[in-house]
Ligand binder design. Structure first.
Ligand code: MN
Length: 503
């Protein structure tokens, strides 16, 4: 977040004379300083001055496009700012837009108010003029209404800023695919060309043989040091520390796999990766002796995007979730097993191995167990834990053939019963509004069995994300009913068919 800036541009005009613009400029400077001093915004706001003409608007929009540190632009019309002068600039703007409808003074100064004051402080109508041209030009933006010093106003700006950061991060995101999609799986696949056009990230195949050249170069001392870190960080049986045991060797080999993966991701500048458990390298060369699940868990915690079984859309989305949520806990998860229990019916979320420890309720436990799936059935290291309880939100992006659909479901993580025989990490949740409607709506929407879960991101984040990306979003929440949801899906189908620019 420290590398990014959000620009603040104040709309005005010269109708009221130069003195008015000087006053507007002073107010804007004070407001931006106040926003930065609030401590509520994750990204610094940079005041870019007043825009008083079409030329000035166009110049600042072009500059925003070309400044790599600028991840979005906030506009506010202090005085009336005739919107025709915004047309050329808005036509050029490529960065996310937030229109802040606010006012310098909180209240009307009843006793001293005169025409000069009213002409100077007329965002009430200036912002409507600006809103009109945005709507007429079909400009996607977030509109935040509220006094700039109010916490709720600042909170909404902060949400949008985090989304802008995730969006900016995705625009130069590379996802490496080690192996292809798993056999015949439809929902995790999609149009990678369209994904790059619409969502920004690039997905590249990387031969596992190339990963293995990095694996072969990992030094034993590096592996020893990483294994020592594991033993410090995670609970474990004493046996694991005994170098004569197979369990120790499996942990050691897992650490080597992690170092190889991190090395190739760094070398290629990749922000995420996918794996395929049928492609772990050839045994006559350098190879993974087990699925690199522990490595995936730890790399996810570091912020690398991850999708199992070739799921590149989830890998990219997880990375964005990690950037936006900034430490509040997130993971790639999979709907695994159902628990029918009346009003508390729930879904066990897990994966064969790859669940991110950022959602763990307590210190994870490092364990080694046999895993009988994949090309190399083997004793396999992994972190075992259960998730924190509490509310969260899970999200997925699917490819419907003519467009991407973002599906978001509010969920409640509940306390599971002990699972003494299940050697993987898990979360147990009730999808809102309840299991029957939540799961039913998700299935009707065409949602994946994989999703990207977080505690800290509410649907407001996803709404801002979908607005910036220009993709469909459906939100399954405590108000959802199946019949209304089906109507929404049908109406969206028509909307996106007619609105070809978004397909
Ligand atoms: Mn899976």
């Amino acid at each position: 977040m420290n590398n990014y800036k959000v620009w603040f541009v104040t709309g005005a005009q010269l109708l009221y004379g130069g003195d008015a613009v000087i006053a507007v400029d002073a107010h804007s400077t004070e407001m931006v300083a106040g926003l930065n001093a609030s401590g509520k915004l994750p990204v610094e706001v940079v005041y870019k001055g007043t825009a008083n003409s079409s030329k000035e608007v166009e110049a600042v929009m072009k500059a925003a496009n070309n400044d790599e540190t600028c991840i979005g632009i906030i506009t506010w019309m202090h005085t009336f700012s005739p919107a025709k002068m915004w047309i050329h600039g808005l036509q050029q703007l490529k960065k996310p837009l937030l229109h802040l409808h606010t006012q310098y003074n909180r209240e009307i100064p009843w006793d001293t108010m005169d025409m000069d004051f009213m002409n100077l402080n007329q965002s009430a109508h200036g912002d409507r003029e600006f809103g009109h041209i945005c709507t007429r030009m079909r400009i996607r933006r977030k509109v935040v209404v509220g006094h700039w010093q109010d916490e709720e106003t600042q909170r909404k700006i902060a949400v949008w800023m985090r989304v802008c950061a995730g969006w900016a991060d995705a625009q130069d995101m590379l996802i490496l695919r080690f192996g292809d999609q798993m056999n015949n799986v439809a929902v995790t696949d999609g149009d990678k060309v369209e994904a790059e056009q619409r969502l920004g990230y690039h997905v590249d195949y990387c031969p596992v043989s190339e990963l293995m050249t990095y694996h072969a170069q990992v030094k034993d001392e590096e592996v020893d040091a990483l294994v020592a870190t594991y033993f410090q960080s995670y609970d474990h049986d004493a046996e694991l520390e005994d170098p004569s045991t197979e369990a120790y060797r499996k942990v050691w080999n897992s650490a080597k796999a992690e170092l190889a993966l991190r090395a190739i991701l760094k070398a290629k500048g990749a922000k995420g990766f996918t794996t395929n458990f049928d492609d772990l390298g050839q045994t006559d060369g350098s190879f993974f002796d087990q699925i690199p699940g522990l490595a995936s868990q730890r790399l996810m915690a570091e912020g690398y995007g991850f999708g199992a079984e070739g799921d590149w859309k989830s890998a990219a989305l997880y990375r964005t979730v990690w950037v936006m949520s900034q430490g509040t806990g997130c993971s790639f998860l999979e709907d695994y097993t159902l628990n029918f229990d009346g009003a508390n019916s729930s879904i066990l979320q897990a994966h064969m191995l790859e669940v991110c420890p950022l959602i763990a309720a307590a210190r994870p436990r490092l364990e080694v167990h046999f895993l009988g799936i994949g090309i190399r059935k083997s004793q396999t290291a992994r972190l075992v834990f259960t998730s924190k309880t509490g509310t969260g939100c899970t999200a997925t992006v699917i490819d419907l053939g003519n467009r991407f659909r973002l599906i978001v479901n509010d969920v409640e993580c509940i306390e599971p019963k002990p699972l003494p025989k299940l050697p993987v990490a898990s979360a147990l949740w009730i999808p809102m509004p309840n299991f029957e409607v939540g799961a039913g709506a998700w299935i009707l929407a065409g949602g994946t069995h994989h999703s990207c879960f977080s505690y800290g991101l509410s649907a407001e984040y996803w709404e801002d994300y979908a607005e910036i990306a220009g993709i469909e979003m459906v939100h399954i929440n405590r108000h959802t009913t199946i019949s209304e949801f089906k109507k929404e899906l049908r109406m969206n189908e028509v909307y996106y068919m007619l609105n070809k620019a978004l397909c």
